[in-house]
Design a protein around this ligand. Structure first.
Ligand code: G4P
Length: 538
């Protein structure tokens, strides 16, 4: 069991739309030989579409709720061999963050299922808003981050500028493992940095037609590199040494503590630096480890089976009209068909239909180990944050709900459909699709939805229509902040302009406030009122 956990790496890519996540996913799949040719994502019309087009399908249907995991084996040439000379085959689980320009609760939840993240940055654009938000979630959860600066084949900023931005804006110390040889737009290869930043070798890449194949690599000594690349190499080597002078060298402990981030320069499109990303994940990213339960006791990877549900997805496939719950295995072996206990209800749950899902392909899973992601079919009772286990009971802490920033009123289209409407609201609330807020003034027929991203409201509308045959009306509500309050503050808060107090379904009292200036004003004028920030995602 330990060996199975030890060889696994479970991670997600965090990025802003267009940074190249789909292209990189494909490039990783190409390097792991899951696919034989890249080009579907960034290919031109008429080419065969492959695994990652599911996101496109979801976009076309107006609900981008995908969160799947791509699992593949990868053998790193650089990993140490066993005593008998055998190679280690690693199992990589790439958990996909929803690929939509909007951004919602699901994006966050995926990050509860991973042990590491790859922060993908466009070399010309640097840190972008969505990357920043997702990075904050990683920091909050203590997930170590590997930074990949992508699109180095295109004109962009200087590498030092990009590193400064990371250091200054998010306080993460970048520690490059590889340094680009050639400015952005003239990507020749990578300098591998050794201790003290001295160049160990030069990895020179050769382009392949359309970037469809793995880019051939030549490994040259620093002297050979100098005679091949001249000043371009000398400049890279000098910059690399400069970094060491400012202490930007890799330190595994600081990386795991989330204080530093190894950096790799790459071109996902040309497949330059992609093997180095995989090798870095294998060498540095943590393997699945123990997870603390609600009482703070660790569930170790070799304890009996347990898993956490991090995502529920309904109506993914219109032909199947099913409902999938994705769980991440925490401990023990999962065997298809085993009957597990659902910790929240104490009820048994049969896992006859367990799937791995990636793109359009679905295949049945027989076994899964810590770090793996499994989709469970027809999992009506399961919601994000729920625990499944066998033998020794365990319950993991719920997934934190992040501070909502978008609010909307939900109304039933007609009184005759009210019963169905109510049922749908309760179901979507319990699944955590949105947070449902109520107060006496608005009544039960028009609850308020609260979400991190407005896309969730569309998901609610689409699901109510598809699954409950009700067509709700959704009206945006002019608040932009939520604060936790208490019973003693309610009346005074409700008297304030731009404020309204609600009860969330878990009983928490939330004051919605129109904007931060209004909030600051109230806090100053009425300091006795309770207005506590919720776990902020941004
Ligand atoms: P996303 O999933 O993060 O949203 O990004 P995606 O992979 O779809 O990539 C967004 C655009 O960036 C695509 O261009 C893609 O080809 C391009 N791209 C991704 N990685 C690289 C890279 O390393 N170098 C360069 N030069 N481009 C890259 P597009 O214009 O939308 O599509 P297409 O014209 O390439 O088909």
């Amino acid at each position: 069991m330990r060996a199975e956990a030890e060889r696994r790496r479970t991670f997600a890519v965090i990025s802003h739309p267009d940074a190249g996540k789909s292209t990189l996913t494909e490039a990783l799949a190409l390097h792991a030989r899951v696919i034989s040719e890249a080009g579907a994502v960034h290919g031109k019309a008429g080419r065969k579409s492959t695994v990652s087009d599911w996101m496109e399908m979801e976009k076309a249907r107006g609900i981008s709720v995908s969160s799947t995991a791509l699992q593949f084996n990868y053998t790193s040439e650089e990993a140490p061999r066993g005593e008998d000379g055998s190679e280690t085959v690693n199992v990589i689980n790439l958990v996909d963050t929803p690929g939509h320009s909007d951004f919602s609760e699901d994006t966050y939840r995926v990050l509860t299922a991973v042990d590491a993240a790859v922060m993908l940055i466009d070399a010309a654009k640097g840190l972008e808003p969505q990357t920043l938000k997702l990075f904050q979630v990683c920091r909050h959860r203590g997930i170590p981050v590997i930074t990949v600066i992508n699109k180095w084949d295109r004109p962009g900023r200087t590498p030092l500028e990009l590193l400064d931005e990371i250091q200054e804006r998010i306080g993460l110390t970048p520690t490059p493992l590889f340094w680009p040889v050639g400015i952005a737009g003239d990507f020749r290869g990578l300098l591998r940095r050794g201790e003290d930043g001295a160049a160990v070798e030069y990895i020179k890449f050769t382009r392949t037609a359309g970037g469809a194949k793995i880019a051939p690599e030549e490994h040259l000594s620093p002297d050979e590199a100098l005679s091949r690349e001249g000043d371009t190499w000398a400049e890279a080597a000098e910059e690399s040494e400069l970094l060491s002078a400012s202490g930007q060298d890799h330190d595994q402990e600081l990386f795991l503590a989330g204080q530093t981030s190894p950096v790799i320069f790459a071109s996902a499109m040309l497949n330059f630096g992609v093997r180095q990303i995989l090798d870095t994940l294998v060498a540095l990213a943590p393997a699945p480890g123990a997870r603390l339960d609600v009482d703070g006791n660790p569930r170790s990877v070799d304890d009996p089976f347990s898993a956490v549900v991090f995502k529920v997805q309904a109506g993914m496939d219109t032909a199947h009209r099913d409902r999938l719950a994705f769980m991440r295995v925490v401990s023990g072996v999962f065997e298809r068909g085993m009957v597990v206990t659902h910790a929240q209800t104490g009820k048994p749950f049969a896992t006859k239909y367990a799937l791995t899902v990636f793109g359009r392909e679905r295949s049945t899973v027989e076994n899964a180990y810590p770090g793996d992601v499994v989709g469970l079919v027809n999992a009506t009772a399961l919601a994000p944050g729920h625990t499944l286990f066998v033998d020794r009971k365990v319950e993991f802490p719920p997934i934190p709900s992040f501070a909502p920033e978008h609010f909307a009123i939900l109304r039933a289209e007609s009184a005759s459909k009210y019963k169905q409407f109510r049922k749908a609201v309760d179901q979507l609330d319990s699944e955590g699709v949105v947070q449902i807020l109520r107060n006496d003034i608005r009544g039960d027929a028009s609850p308020v939805m609260a979400a991190v991203g407005p896309m969730q409201f569309e998901v609610v509308a689409a699901r109510m229509k598809a699954e409950y045959n009700v067509d709700p009306k959704i009206e945006p509500l002019g608040y932009s902040l939520a604060r936790r309050t208490d019973a003693a503050s309610v009346d005074e808060l409700n008297r304030q302009r731009g404020v309204e107090v609600f009860t969330r379904s878990d009983g928490v009292l939330l004051a919605l406030v129109s904007d931060k200036w209004r909030l600051q004003y109230i806090q100053k004028e009425l300091p006795e009122l309770t207005l506590e920030p919720l776990v902020a995602a941004t």
